[in-house]
Design a binder for this molecule. Sequence first.
Ligand code: SF4
Length: 376
Amino acid sequence: MEERVPVVVEDVNGLLPLLFGRTRRAIEIRKAWNENRFALVLTPPILDELERVLTYPKVRKNFALDDDDVAQALTILRQNARNFPGLNFTPEELQGALAYAHQRGAKVLLAANTFPPAGATALWKQAIDAGVALGVDAIIVADMGVADYAARTHPGQRLHLSVQAGASSPEAINFHVREFGIARVVLPRILTVAEIKAVHDAIDCEIEAFVFGNIGMMAEGRCSLSNYATGLSTNMDGVCSPAGDVHYDEDAQGNLTTRLGPYVIDCFSCGENAGYPTICKGRYRVAGIADPYYAFEEPVSLNLSGLLPDLMRAGVTALKIEGRQRSRAYVKAVVEAFRTAVDDVLAGRDPALADLLALTEGHRQTQGAFRSKTWR
Ligand code: SF4
C-alpha cells in the first residue's frame, strides 16, 4: 500500500485556506487530501485553536461558512486526526479489504456505531453510502438517526444493532427490528445465559454475544471516563484512551508511570507488567483505602469458552471477539480456538477448549454476568 506523506500543521492560519479556500490552488490541495495523497497531522491544541477561530464572524464571512460547514470540517478532522492510528481506512482501502475477505469466504461488517454530534450527520451518511456502494456484508449501527438513514436510503442493506445501542430487552430489540429492519443484535454484557435464551425466544432477529476480551464496566460504549480525561469518548469519537494522550514516564530505578492526558492512571514497579493506560483499569488513591486501588475495575478479561455450548443452545449464532488494538497473533489465536470449539459443539463432540489465559488482561479471566449477576 502506498504510504501517505504526513504534513504537520503548525499554524491554523495556514490550515484555513486549505480547508475552505476557493482559489484554484486551495481546491487542488484539497483534492489531493481527499485522494489521500498526504495525511494531515494536527495536535489537539491546533484543533482546539481551529475550533475557536471558526467561531469568529470575520473568518466565517471570509470563507462563507455556516454552522454545518464548520461542524462537518471539525468532525472530519477530529475523526481522522485523533482516532487510533491504523484503525482508520479510506474507501479505497476498504474496497481492497472487501475483495481480499470475499475471495476467502469471509464477511466484512462496517461499524458505523458512534453517535453523530448535533447538526453534523453528513460524515455518518457518507460512511453508510460508501459502505453500501462497496458491498459490505452488514453495517453495525447504534444511533437511531443513522439506523433510520441507512434503512430508508438503502432498504436492501443488512443492518446489525451495535451493543452501544444498549438494547437488552425484547421490546427494545423488536422496536429496532420493526423500525429499521435490524437483522442481528449484539447483546450488552449484562445478561445471564438464561436471560439470553428468554430474549432469543421473544425477538425476531439473530443474536451476537461477546465471548472474549475486555470487559470494561458494562457501560457498553456509553462510558464518559475517556471523554473526561481527553475530550474524546468511545461513543462520540470511537476511541477510548486515545494514543495521542498516552504517556509513559520511566524513572532512574526503572519504575514506570502511565498517564492519560494530565492524569496518572497507574504506576508499575520495575519488572511489573505495565498495561495500556485505560482509565477504568487504573489504580487510584481512594478515600478509606491505604494503597492505590482499582477503583473502577480490576484488569480481567471475559472468557466464555466454558459457556460456549450453553450460549449456542440459548440461541447465540454469532460470537463477538475483541480485536481492536490487538495484534494479528492475538486475533488468530483466539478466533482459531473458538472456531475449533464451535465446530466441536456443532458436530456433537465435547468442545476442545484451548487455554487462552495467557492472552487475558492481567492473566485473569471471568465469565462476568453471563453465569450470575453476583459475579462482582
Ligand atoms: S474507560 Fe473502560 S469502560 Fe470506559 S470506554 Fe474505556 S475501556 Fe470502556
